[in-house]
Design a protein around this ligand. Structure first.
Ligand code: SF4
Length: 507
């Protein structure tokens, strides 16, 4: 979900925008609210700012409930027992800003639209980069907006296409042709149908599953397969890029391919960092992919040829993001895997603190090195990515203070050099340490980053090893923040515009 505002960077990691989940049960006397709860709990990692659900009852009324906070707080027992219906959708939101305006309920999802013509509720994971143009066109047609989000633009656009027709397949087919962006979205209609749509390039994951018992059949759609596991459903398949899937309490699952692109562009960070390791996305296990990335790093690591180094080395993950890659590195290198950093799980969102001093103390509150295992060792420190570099530098410092002989950083993702326009909350090129250093130092930028963060050595994954570690080819992944090659036309237009504004300012 994109907000038309300058965003603040809360954490030194790429941040995800949202999870969607949907349930359709063929037994109209059965309430699915607890399935929504379980699915959303499993998808909590994709967004923690707010949670919401929409459920349709037998009278064709959609009820929506959404609040700030975690799923367990918002969807409590009292609330779940009040909401009754056999078809519903849910959403976990990550917001790009903490300002008061954006914490209002209007900005949370599902977005429930009801007017004289139509009623539906929509939950969305993604971004429509050029949504301001579409919004302007809709305003020119007399549509009135209550938020400044692409979510509402999609909803109002769908409502405008629905004038004079209730053929949802046709409405969504037309909508998909105009929406140029990254989106996995679920729509709940007042006829108690769910439509799940994945954009033609498939930036965001989306999958479907089913649970059949003697009494009822239940169909699910989920951002990740871990949501299906949480409700005991059988994974059926991923929603294909460019596909609309119709989950009906009356007719089970129907599908229609609307746009088949000649390439796809799943965000590589879904494998590297965002998704849960127990999810399977587009046929690849996330956990296994991360282990392979660690193996690839060890395979090409010249440090491992040094016998003195090997004898005293340990592989330490940055918890939790570097764990699977560290396992892979340890397997391949035959160097012991050691949990050398203790994470305090009760420190929440420490990186939101402004100011360098406060951030440093926040890292100390969050991570504590285990001196007894680190002292006198060469540490190979594994993490998934370096964004601004500040946190990595502080972690290296903590490990040195705990007596490490050397700290050697290995990153399972290639350098992040460009911002994301497809829905991930990233800094600008100059705030990205690799973006800035590449501009300043050219090909020597990794060595300069090493000096800046205070590591004894630093190695990133190569693009080739990333692609083969994910068992994909380059035409199946978005790697724009690593290569600068953006797969969306609308993004390339935005970049051209930004470049011309910046050269106008310079001249
Ligand atoms: S630019 Fe990077 S973060 Fe954004 S969708 Fe592409 S791979 Fe993912």
């Amino acid at each position: 979900m994109r907000l038309n505002t300058k965003v603040s960077i809360k954490e030194d990691k790429p941040l995800e925008h949202c999870a969607v989940f949907g349930v359709a049960c063929d037994d109209i006397g059965y309430s699915i609210s607890r399935y929504l709860y379980s699915g959303l709990i499993a998808l909590q990692h994709r967004g923690q700012e707010s949670t919401g659900i929409s459920i349709v009852n037998t009278g064709g009324h959609i009820f929506t409930y959404k609040r700030k906070g975690l799923v367990s707080k918002v969807l409590n027992n009292k609330m779940l027992s009040k909401f009754w219906g056999n078809v519903g959708i849910g959403h976990n939101r990550y917001a790009t800003t903490g300002s008061q305006e954006f914490s209002s309920k209007d900005y949370m999802q599902p977005f429930h639209l009801k007017n004289n013509e139509i009623e539906f509720s929509l939950a969305f994971n993604g971004t429509i980069p050029n949504y301001a143009d579409l919004k302007q066109r809709l305003e020119d047609m007399g549509r009135v907006f209550i938020t400044n989000t692409d979510t509402e633009v999609i909803a109002q656009f769908i409502a405008s296409l629905a004038i004079g027709t209730d053929d949802w397949s046709e409405i969504l087919r037309m909508a998909s042709k105009f929406l140029d962006g990254s989106y996995s979205l679920v729509i709940l209609t007042s006829e108690a149908d769910i439509y799940a749509i994945r954009d033609p390039l498939g930036f965001k994951p989306l999958c479907i599953g089913e649970l059949k018992t003697d009494k009822r059949n239940i169909y699910f759609v989920s951002s990740e397969s871990c949501g299906l596991d949480a409700v005991g459903a059988k994974f059926i398949r991923d929603v294909e890029p460019g596909e609309i899937v119709h989950l009906s309490h009356q007719k089970a699952i129907h599908s229609e391919m609307i746009i088949k692109a000649d390439r796809t562009a799943l965000c590589q960070f879904e494998y590297v960092y965002f998704s849960r390791p127990d999810s399977i996305i587009d046929g690849v296990s996330v956990g296994e992919a991360r282990v392979r990335l660690g193996i690839n790093l060890a395979k090409s690591d010249p440090l491992l040829k040094n016998p003195e180094f090997r004898e005293n080395a340990i592989v330490v993950p940055v918890p939790d993001s570097g764990r699977s890659a560290a396992v892979g590195y340890a397997i391949e290198s035959k160097i012991p895997y050691v949990e050398g950093l203790m994470k305090n799980r009760y420190v929440w969102r420490t990186f939101i603190m402004p100011g360098q001093k406060k951030r440093e103390s926040a890292v100390k509150e969050k991570l504590n090195p285990i001196r007894s295992v680190i002292d006198g060792k060469h540490v190979v420190l594994l993490d998934d990515s370096i964004v601004r570099g500040t946190t990595t530098a502080q972690i290296i410092n903590l490990i040195r203070e705990a007596g490490a002989k050397s700290v050697n950083v290995r990153i399972s993702c290639p350098p992040v050099i460009r911002p994301c326009y497809m829905g991930i909350d990233f800094p600008t090129t100059d705030e990205l340490i690799a973006g800035r250093y590449k501009r300043l130092h050219g090909d020597n930028f990794t060595e300069e980053i090493r000096k800046k963060i205070g590591a004894d050595s630093l190695r990133y994954q190569t693009i080739e090893n990333l692609v083969n570690g994910l068992k994909k080819n380059k035409n199946q992944l978005c790697m724009a923040c690593l290569t600068g090659e953006y797969p969306l036309k609308s993004v390339n237009k935005i970049i051209e515009l930004e470049q011309s504004i910046s050269s106008d300012r310079k001249s």
